[in-house]
Design a protein. Structure first.
Ligand code: SF4
Ligand SMILES: [Zn+2]
Length: 120
């Protein structure tokens, strides 16, 4: 069994583990077969722009000088994605708030609609 060292608690864990069994840190560099291999361009290292380097959850031995990595996740793209998710969330929150504020009105409309149906 190959082992690696957890970046947070420094315990030895199975290299295939997705989370550290000791401190529950997600170990994203292992255990995800069959996904594309990212390659660094020129003198750059992938880790410099990688989410998992930024949040210190990568325990891949090539870090921080990975030229090729299957687990690379672009930090900027990830941030954009989070922003988009937050925008979507705030839209649905304001729709919910509007419904809450206008519950009485909606109830009246519903009643009127029922009266209208009954009168047919
Ligand atoms: S590019 Fe790969 S090795 Fe570097 S931090 Fe990201 S996941 Fe880890
Ligand atoms: Zn750990």
């Amino acid at each position: 069994m190959d082992t690696v060292t957890c970046s947070r608690c420094k315990q030895t864990v199975n290299s295939q583990a997705i989370t550290c069994p000791f401190c529950r840190t997600q170990l994203k560099a292992y255990g995800h077969p069959g996904i594309p291999l990212y390659r660094a361009r020129g003198d750059e290292f992938l880790c410099d722009t990688c989410t998992y380097h930024a949040d210190d959850t990568c325990n891949y031995p090539k870090r921080p000088h990975a030229k090729e990595c299957t687990l690379y996740q672009n930090l900027e793209e990830r941030n954009l994605e989070l922003q988009r998710q937050n925008q979507n969330k705030s839209v649905s929150v304001s729709v919910n708030n509007w419904i809450k504020r206008n519950q009485g009105l909606l109830l009246i409309f519903a009643l009127l609609f029922i009266c209208f149906l009954l009168s047919l």
